[in-house]
Write a protein that binds this ligand. Structure first.
Ligand code: MEV
Length: 443
């Protein structure tokens, strides 16, 4: 929005203003300030304590940005029935997850297995000198480096976590003089970003200090430059696998249809393994499920997405992250996905709706949450590919989108009711809905 001259005005010290001053300033950037303010007020919570909690999550908070929270019931995961919370705005996602849950509930449900829980981070540094001398220095200093993090790791160690490995990596082939401290972590039920970054920053500081007084180093070698110390959101050793399988002839009511369906399904997944254009959309379908649960569970959507796409591209070509096969008459569909999640820390114990979602899921620990999220991704992928290779995606998608189109046309509740009845057996599109409403309104 603009100040009416096609440009937002410049403001200094915005973050220092009170919330009322911020609202006043921002509303002046709109053609109709009172209307702009009213929209923000509408989304502000009446419960002042709850609003303050949200305002304090970020800087310059003006109001809340709502997202629907839905649930997909009837998931069977490792033999246990579960209702999965999903925070997402896309019309058909929760319906698709629910359909997939119901479909597999009569075929043994979903199985999920933790492959690993290792997190990773690096101290990226420059060392100008003899690599062999750096190797010797590192081996001599390893214990002191680790000991320098003792204060930070104490609590985590008492919970069974901490630093699990520390190594020196020579990256000078890629960039002259570039080396890393590669650090592996176990963070139990915490996602661990703050813990990992604190450890890494301490390791970087200790590394620099030890190098500066290392007798065998020349002046140049003593001057290690720490470029940055940061966790990686690429966590290939923090993996979970979700699987569904059943005899091919039990997939659909008719065994002949089942066999055709299974073949086509496997072909579709194989296409996503070799064709990046399809792989991106295929994985987007998986992310529909994953993101919605990540959001509902108060975890970091951006971290998870970045890591998953890195995993999808790990072979050098972007590929599907799910696999389908038919072996000895059994259809198997699986998803392996890196997920660094937490069930303590961050928003998980702070955001009332997030707490509600955790309770709905049976207060999972981090590994159980990884399993639930992976299953949601696999379910979503199954529902999408099933539609794609049978009816096509639009039929189900547009049915679910009908209410959005009706709302765009400001349909009344009565109009919505007759539209829903009418479009039960008709194609939904923007123009068929517009025509239907025009006809309805003309009588
Ligand atoms: C739409 O949100 C997701 C799909 O495009 C996924 C897919 O094509 O597999 C339907």
């Amino acid at each position: 929005m603009t100040n009416g001259k096609g440009q937002v005005t410049f403001v200094s010290g915005f973050s220092k203003k009170t919330k009322a001053e911020k609202l006043d300033w921002i509303s002046q950037q709109f053609h109709n300030p009172s209307q702009a303010l009213e929209v923000l007020h509408k989304y502000n919570h009446n419960d002042q304590a709850l609003q303050t909690l949200h305002d304090e999550f970020i800087e310059n908070a003006l109001t809340n940005f709502y997202m629907p929270l839905g649930v997909a019931p009837n998931f069977i995961i490792n033999g246990k029935t579960l209702t999965i919370p999903m925070a997402i705005e896309e019309s058909s996602v929760v319906a698709a997850a629910s359909n997939a849950a119901k479909f597999w509930s009569t075929k043994g449900g979903f199985n999920a297995t933790i492959i690993g829980t290792e997190k990773v981070g690096h101290v990226h540094f420059m060392y100008h000198g003899d690599t062999q001398k750096l190797n010797i220095f590192f081996e001599q200093c390893r214990a002191v480096l680790l000991a320098s993090t003792d204060e930070i790791t104490r609590n985590m160690r008492s919970r069974g976590g901490g630093i699990t490995a520390l190594s020196l990596v020579n990256k000078s082939d890629a960039i002259p003089d570039y080396y890393q401290l590669d650090v592996r972590f176990e963070t139990q039920d915490a996602m661990g970003a703050n813990f990992i970054n604190s450890c890494l920053e301490q390791l970087g500081t200790t590394l620099k200090a030890l190098a500066a007084k290392h007798a065998d180093f020349s002046e140049k070698e003593k001057a290690i430059e720490v470029v940055m110390s940061i966790l990686s959101n690429y966590v290939p050793n923090c993996m979970v696998e979700a699987v569904v399988s059943c005899p091919v002839n039990e997939l659909l009511a008719n065994p002949k249809d089942s066999s055709l369906f299974a073949d086509k399904f496997v072909q579709a997944v194989n296409i996503a393994a070799v064709e990046p254009f399809r792989a991106v959309t295929h994985n987007k379908g998986i992310m529909n499920g994953i993101d919605a649960v990540i959001m509902a569970s108060g975890n970091d959507l951006r971290a998870v997405s970045a890591g998953i796409h890195a995993h999808a591209a790990a072979s050098g070509q972007y590929q599907s992250i799910s696999k389908a096969e038919i072996k000895d008459g059994v259809f198997k569909f699986s998803l392996s996905v890196p997920l660094a999640l937490g069930t303590v820390g961050g928003l998980t114990k702070l955001h009332p709706l997030v707490c509600w979602c955790h309770e709905l899921m049976g207060t999972p620990n981090a590994q159980e949450l990884m399993q639930i999220v992976a299953v949601a991704g696999l379910a979503q992928n199954f529902a999408a590919v099933k539609s794609l290779v049978t009816t096509g995606i639009q039929q189900g998608h547009m049915k679910m989108h009908l209410l959005n189109i009706l709302n765009q046309h400001q349909a009344t509740e009565v109009e919505k009711k007759s539209a829903i009845a009418h479009f039960k057996d008709c194609n939904v599109s923007h123009h068929t809905v517009a025509d239907f409403l025009a006809k309805l309104r003309s009588v």
